[in-house]
Write a protein that binds this ligand. Structure first.
Ligand SMILES: Nc1nc2c(ncn2[C@@H]2O[C@H](COP(=O)(O)OP(=O)(O)OP(=O)(O)O)[C@@H](O)[C@H]2O)c(=O)[nH]1
Ligand SMILES: [Mg+2]
Length: 211
């Protein structure tokens, strides 16, 4: 059995300007909505999540939509899982994601962990998408989809992150089974693990000395 452990994941937030990427990241990490954020500034957040055994480290990259294609491609190569964010009150924001979806598929393949999120559902009266357009969206993005309001509360943001983490873990297990581990587990083994291994080695050696 493989000894690989899931110790963390790299998450990338992608979306056009003003859809709420920074608000999403800040809401997830601090549970707060400030309302006014530095625009178009790339930020990398580190967040520790406690688990039953120890903790996992999440790195969340809040991208700047004005970045060059090369930079965005570099971020996609870096990431393990992606949140594609658009605004429910701005049609053009979905067009941006259509392009990014093609880039993502080209670099990471079709099964890459991905969640599509329509934000600003609190502004429903200003909603720009018709039922028909929503159906079209459903067909184009056949994975997990959410409609949330980062402004209204933390629950939607947590549901999105839970879904993405499930997908990332599934991919991690798949990669272990195929012997192609790329998600995390680059850290050195714990002291206890090394001691156990050394102890086992000694026992084996003393067995071979005896017989
Ligand atoms: N009403 C409402 N406003 C929101 C929501 N989420 C974000 N906003 C507002 O939308 C604006 C843009 O949010 P940001 O988080 O800065 O958007 P961004 O995607 O990081 O934008 P760039 O950094 O320019 O790429 C801000 O004024 C937020 O307060 C939401 O769910 N509802
Ligand atoms: Mg921002």
């Amino acid at each position: 059995m493989s000894q690989k452990r899931f110790v963390g994941a790299k998450i990338v937030l992608i979306g056009s300007s003003g859809v709420g990427k920074t608000a999403f990241a800040v809401r997830y990490i601090t549970k707060r909505f400030i309302g006014d954020y530095d625009s178009d500034k790339e930020m990398l957040y580190t967040h520790k999540l406690p688990t039953a055994r120890d903790e996992i480290t999440l790195e969340i990259l809040d991208t700047a939509s004005q970045s060059s294609k090369e930079v965005l491609e570099k971020h996609i190569r870096w990431g393990d899982g992606f949140i594609f964010l658009y605004s429910l009150i701005e049609k053009a924001s979905i067009g941006y994601l259509n392009n990014m979806r093609e880039v993502l598929e080209k670099i990471k393949g079709k099964d890459c962990p991905l969640v599509l999120v329509g934000n600003k559902s609190d502004l429903l009266s200003a909603r720009e998408f018709s039922e028909e357009e929503n159906n079209e969206l459903d067909q184009r993005f056949d994975g997990a989809k959410f409609e949330i309001s980062v402004a209204d509360g933390s629950q939607g943001v947590f549901e999105v992150m839970d879904e993405l983490m499930c997908q990332i873990k599934r991919e991690f297990i798949k990669s272990i089974n195929t012997g192609n581990v790329s998600t995390s587990d680059n850290k050195p083994r714990s002291k206890l693990y090394s001691m156990k291994k050394a102890f086992k080695k000694r026992i084996n050696r003393s067995h071979s000395d005896t017989f």
